[in-house]
Design a binder for this molecule. Structure first.
Ligand code: NOJ
Length: 721
């Protein structure tokens, strides 16, 4: 109840009108150095250093990040509010990306749930736990749309789709901001890094920027996000951390964003490397005048900009606006009234329950075929029986570090339930669970294979837990190959060769290339990195206590050469045609993905029928509702993610073959049928027209409703003027 009160109280504080008057008078009392100090943000190393504490005392720091624990934030805050001249409290930031200490699924995994409520729940819980440890500001959610699985940061976002990405962005902002401030990052286009290479340049047209990369940021802004972080990358030559079109024209003027923009780590200073500034001071001038209010880690604003302001090369009004945005944020957060924000930590059991529930929801069943001949031939491999001997094999099977994934801040391996532990806890007493590591994640040796093969031979089923290390995705973790690292695929082949049915459980932060496994392994389960409850959530699904309902938020290619591959592409003038050499395809691999966006199986099956639209003609202001009958045609209760895609058939600009515009999670009992309504607001079918303005053009729209981006029933309606 106390926790609930805190959350509600915070929501009320967020809504409290600003005492503009008092902030104005505070600004009027500030020296130029104190103003620039408010725009300065530095990282601590667990604790503030004596030099940083002196900066606080001198009014030369607006916030600190990476100060861990209230026992470390509180004394520094005390210096700020009792010893500095103007007593302005500090922001305390941290990368609370998917949990503080109780680690939840990585965001890409969580996006597989197609459940924004789940994302809101984990963000709320993470924010609540972080707040109890002195944090008042997180650098999340990461809302970058990404189409290139080589890019390690794909793990931190919601995948390739702007509609799903927008719902997840808004949900996470709402969740975090019940307790702490959120930051939508990285503004913008970072996910388009060329060749999937971290920190690389991007080439993005204004149309693609507005249609694909910006919508999740807009959704975060509309959800009330307190701050945005400017990205490292350039966009067609203009770095995002010195890009007035992004941070001023679009963000502030078009969207009316009233929060503040923080740079990424030294991204202000990096304007020199980008070659758009010849000196640190010029880099600072470029960033600040473009609308980047707070300088993370470069110390350029505080150290180098005063002279430029005094010589009128930077108008004082620009500094004042930036300072006011920071002060208003501090006021909105309630820091002037309650600088220490002492908060109770949420109960661990509650956090773990959320982690287990959302973890299981994030699992995607990629393949589930029968093994064996004769009578056994028709039973799919999964779910497993709780009483047959099971071999648990692989470098990630008994691993408690990697399920934490990238960016796990205070997460600890000791808190993690490994898959082996989860399976042991699930099987009936007396059931044999044989374990063999087989190989380490990046091993080049096959020495451990013999023990793994021996274990598999003694068991009724072998569960192989393979994949990546947690730090092979996240920041600075681009990969040039997307296969299973080391000798893991050979290990898989060796175990499959025993003839024992194999279940491949994957842990990874990006789509992997799974050709051999997809062709030879009967069951494949994508678990991403699920956090502290990884083993229990995985066992819940493997043994059928929960029926998997996750769907891919990102396309899985067949081979690396297909990258970038994504579902919402345009048609080209020569659509792929196997009978036409001169069509858009490859000569050595199908043009289709291995697993398409939106794909995921269940232990039951679903049928779709009777798609109807509420009207055949609609105006831009109308809503057309698609109704489809979904039937659970299998023998278990299950949850289907009913997906609706739209194609604008003829427009002044070539439009994607499909775009996700609605979805619903629907739970049905065996044999149960339900009519599912999916409304489409016609105004949401906009695109950027020839005049670079959003437009919905009259004409035919084709609607697809089905279980993934590659299937579905079809219907059409006309948009009329
Ligand atoms: C750099 C990363 O790009 C960003 O996402 C993160 O929030 C900052 N470092 C702070 O740790």
């Amino acid at each position: 109840m106390l926790r609930m009160c805190n959350s509600l109280l915070f929501a009320v504080l967020l809504a409290t009108p600003m005492a503009a008057q008092s902030l104005d008078s505070l600004l009027a009392r500030m020296t130029l150095e104190e103003k620039l100090g408010q725009l300065n943000l530095l990282s601590a190393n667990g604790r503030a250093s004596p030099q940083q504490i002196q900066l606080v005392r001198d009014g030369k720091l607006g916030g600190l990040f990476n100060v861990i624990g209230a026992e470390n934030t509180t004394p520094v805050q005390r210096v700020a509010v009792t010893e500095s001249r103007l007593k302005i409290p500090l922001l305390f930031g941290l990368d609370v990306i998917h949990g503080y200490r109780a680690i939840f699924p990585i965001p890409l995994g969580e996006a597989s749930s197609f459940d924004p409520d789940a994302a809101e729940a984990t963000a709320r819980a993470a924010g609540q736990e972080a707040a109890a440890f002195g944090i008042n500001w997180t650098y999340a959610p990461m809302v970058d749309i990404a189409r290139d699985p080589r890019w390690g940061r794909i793990a931190e976002g919601s995948g390739e789709d702007p509609y799903l990405g927008s719902l997840m962005a808004a949900a996470r902002v709402r969740g975090f901001q019940q307790n702490i401030f959120a930051t939508a990052k990285h503004f913008a286009g970072y996910g388009a890094s060329e060749a999937g290479r971290e920190y690389a340049e991007t080439e993005i047209s204004e149309r693609t920027m507005r249609e694909l990369y910006l919508p999740p940021f807009k959704a975060a802004v509309d959800a009330g996000v307190a701050s945005l972080m400017s990205a490292f990358n350039d966009i067609s030559g203009v770095p995002a951390s010195g890009n007035a079109w992004l941070t001023d024209t679009v963000l502030r003027r078009e969207w009316g964003f009233s929060g503040f923009v923080v740079s990424d780590w030294t991204s202000v200073q990096e304007l020199v490397n980008h070659g758009i500034a010849g000196s640190q001071a010029e880099a600072g001038r470029r960033a600040l005048t473009a609308g980047v209010d707070m300088d993370m880690q470069s110390s350029i604003y505080v150290d180098s900009l005063a002279a430029l302001v005094r010589s009128n090369r930077i108008p004082m009004a620009v500094v004042d606006s930036a300072v006011m945005r920071i002060l208003r944020a501090k006021q909105r957060l309630g820091l002037f009234r309650d600088p220490y924000r002492a908060r109770a930590a949420p109960a661990n059991a509650e956090l773990r329950a959320i982690a287990r529930r959302v973890g299981a929801e994030s699992i995607v069943l990629l393949k589930n075929e029968p093994v064996g001949r004769g009578a056994a031939c028709c039973a799919p491999t999964l779910p497993l029986s709780k009483s047959g001997a099971v071999a648990v094999i692989g470098p990630l099977a008994d691993n408690k570090e990697e399920p934490l994934g990238p960016w796990h801040t205070q997460g600890r391996a000791e808190d993690v339930v490994s898959v082996l532990q989860g399976i042991k806890a699930k099987v009936t007493a007396g059931t044999q669970v044989l374990y063999a590591q087989g190989a380490a994640i990046e091993d080049t040796s096959t020495a451990g294979f013999a023990a793994a093969v021996a274990a598999a031979k003694q068991a009724k089923v072998a569960v192989l837990v393979l994949g990546e290390r947690g730090d092979m995705s996240g920041e600075a973790a681009s990969r040039s190959s997307l296969g299973l690292p080391g000798v893991q695929e050979q290990l898989l082949e060796a175990v499959v060769a025993t003839g024992t049915p194999v279940v491949l459980v994957l842990m990874n932060g990006r789509p992997l290339i799974l050709e051999w496994a997809s062709d030879h392994v009967p069951a494949i389960v994508e678990t991403w990195f699920l956090g502290v409850e990884a083993g229990n959530a995985t066992a819940d699904v493997l043994f059928g206590d929960l029926n998997p309902s996750g769907r891919l938020p990102i396309t899985f290619p067949r081979v690396l050469g297909q990258v970038p591959i994504y579902y919402n592409r345009r048609n080209t003038g020569r659509p792929a045609d196997v009978n036409n050499k001169y069509s858009s395809k490859y000569i050595d691999v199908p043009v289709t993905p291995r697993y398409p966006f939106g794909f995921g199986l269940s232990y039951t099956t679903f049928g779709y029928g009777n798609l109807k639209l509420s009207s055949a003609r609609a105006r831009v202001s109308d809503t057309v509702t698609a109704t489809v009958t979904v039937t659970n045609t299998g023998s278990r209760e299950g949850t289907e993610v009913v997906q609706l895609y739209v194609r604008d058939m003829v427009a002044s600009v070539s439009r994607p073959l499909r775009e996700l515009k609605a979805f619903r999670r629907v739970t049905l009992k065996p044999g149960e049928s339900r009519a599912i309504d999916l409304p489409i607001a016609v105004k949401d079918l906009w695109f950027i027209g020839l005049d670079r303005k959003p437009v919905v053009e009259p004409g035919t729209f084709r609607v697809y409703v089905g279980p993934s981006s590659a299937e579905g029933q079809e219907a059409t309606f006309e948009c009329i003027p």
